[in-house]
Structures are given as structure tokens and as C-alpha cells.
Design a protein around this ligand. Structure first.
Ligand code: APR
Ligand code: ZN
Length: 239
């Protein structure tokens, strides 16, 4: 397979989805029956579910924290960290994933547009920053409260909430000349629009994954395969 050439003037924007962590043993969302450990994400990851079914929401994220703690980065995460090491500030990574496998592989310029499993924050807009939290709460009674009295919630963007750091993401997409999208079905917005935004700015757009995403027509190239198998050695960085 021909490599993906990266010229000295190129700026690379990477978007990753659940597929990049599949080979690390973390399930994707829309595979086969569309269930995540017995849950439909659309049922658990919403502001309404948080209000009405708080214990179930925490149980879901406790389960995901436990899975994440056992998972290890795979060759695809390492390939992106190595590319960042070569490109420095010409590289930017936006992930829809809430796991920390990119960071554990060595990536530094990472934005988690859908939040992070390893953090919690106050359910009220009380102005306090999210805090690091790896705890796996056995029951709702164990979930701590913020100093303001609000309950702590997972630092996760629920369906219907606005993704994080979108201004910065839009700026980075506007300057990118190459967009790489890895392991995402192209079914959740605004992430599914990023490829169109990049095209509007004239960027090359490459998708990497075992099957074409819903927005496949917007890519200039599709590299078919499992990310962990095709990404090591895929990038040819010219100096
Ligand atoms: N390598 C690359 N891609 C893979 C691999 C692999 N080894 N295995 C599966 N995939 C691809 C699938 O082909 C699919 O297109 O990963 C994609 C996973 O799609 P989804 O399960 O829909 O996950 P994602 O696109 O990340 O979901 C977006 O939806 O539930 C929300 O907030 C959650 O961030 C998530 C968002
Ligand atoms: Zn608070």
C-alpha cells in the first residue's frame, strides 16, 4: 500500500473515534447490536438520564472506567504519537473518545471533544474546573459532592450537549492541509462534519478503518483496514 505523504508545509488534523481503541479491547458503539455492555448509549448518555436515572448513568461510566483501566494503547495510538513527535505544532489531534489511550501512547496535543472518563465535574455550572477522578463508584451514595453542594457527574458530553473546545477545533481545521479520520462511523455530529469543513478549506482528507463511514464520499482517500494494522509505517514525512 502506498504511504500517506506529508510535505514540509502540511498541517495535519486528526479526528479519531471508537474504532481506534477497538484493538485495545474497548467496544465501539454501533457494532452489531449497537449495545455498549447492555446499554444503548442514546438511553444512558443524556441530560434526562442524568436527572432521572443518575445511578444507572454512574454505573455505566463506572463500567467504562474499569474497562479503560485494563486497556492498553495499540499500534495505532503509538503511530499517531510518533507522527506528532515528528511534526510538532503542525499536528493536532481531536478525539471523540473519552478513554486516555492517546495520552498513554504519548500524544500531547489532544482535545477530547466528548469529554474524559478520568474526570468528573459538578453537575451545576458553579465555575469549578473538572477534577481527575478514576474512582469506580459502587453506588450513588459513594459519589462525592462539589463544595457548592452539587453532585459530581462524569466529565462527559452527553447527547444533546455541546462538544468541548469547538472554537479551537474549528481554527485548527481551517489551517489544516491534511485531515486524517480514524475509526469513526460518521454518524454523530458535529464530528461527522469535520471532513466537510476541511474540504471547504481545500485539505486532503483520508479515512482509515475497516469499512467506509457514512460520510465516505467526502474523503479523497480511504485506507481500508484495522487501524492498528495499517497505521504503523503508513506516514511518509518529507523534510
Ligand atoms: N480500526 C479502525 N476502525 C475500526 C476498527 C479498527 N480496528 N474497528 C472498528 N472500526 C470502526 C467501525 O468500522 C466504525 O466505523 O470504528 C467505527 C466505530 O463507530 P462508532 O461505534 O459509531 O463510534 P464513533 O464513531 O466513535 O461514535 C461517535 O458516538 O456514542 C457516541 O460519544 C460517543 O464519541 C462517540 C460518538
Ligand atoms: Zn459545584
Amino acid at each position: 500500500m502506498a504511504g500517506i505523504e506529508i510535505a514540509p508545509h502540511d498541517r495535519v488534523f486528526v479526528l479519531t473515534g471508537a474504532g481506534i481503541s477497538a484493538e485495545s479491547g474497548l467496544p465501539t458503539f454501533r457494532a452489531e447490536d449497537g449495545l455498549w455492555a447492555g446499554y444503548r448509549v442514546e438511553d444512558v448518555c443524556t441530560p434526562d438520564a442524568w436527572l432521572c436515572n443518575t445511578a444507572e448513568v454512574w454505573a455505566f461510566y463506572a463500567g467504562r472506567r474499569a474497562q479503560d483501566a485494563k486497556a492498553l494503547p495499540n499500534p495505532a495510538h503509538f503511530a499517531l504519537a510518533a507522527l506528532e513527535a515528528q511534526l510538532g505544532e503542525r499536528f493536532f489531534l481531536c478525539t471523540q473518545n473519552v478513554d486516555d489511550l492517546h495520552e498513554r501512547a504519548g500524544s500531547v496535543r489532544v482535545v477530547h471533544m466528548h469529554g474524559e472518563l478520568a474526570k468528573s465535574r459538578c453537575e451545576r455550572d458553579c465555575g469549578r474546573d473538572p477534577v481527575e477522578d478514576h474512582a469506580i463508584y459502587a453506588s450513588l451514595a459513594d459519589v462525592p459532592r462539589c463544595p457548592c453542594g452539587g453532585r459530581m457527574r462524569p466529565h462527559i458530553v452527553f447527547f444533546g450537549e455541546i462538544p468541548l473546545e469547538m472554537d479551537r477545533v474549528q481554527d485548527e481545521i481551517a489551517r489544516a492541509t491534511l485531515m486524517l479520520v480514524v475509526g469513526t462511523s460518521g454518524s454523530v455530529y458535529p464530528a461527522a462534519s469535520f471532513v466537510h469543513w476541511a474540504r471547504q478549506h481545500g485539505a486532503r482528507t483520508v479515512y482509515i478503518g475497516p469499512e467506509p463511514p457514512l460520510n465516505a464520499a467526502a474523503f479523497t482517500q480511504v485506507v481500508e483496514g484495522k487501524a492498528g494494522e495499517v497505521m504503523p509505517g503508513l506516514f511518509v514525512v518529507r523534510s
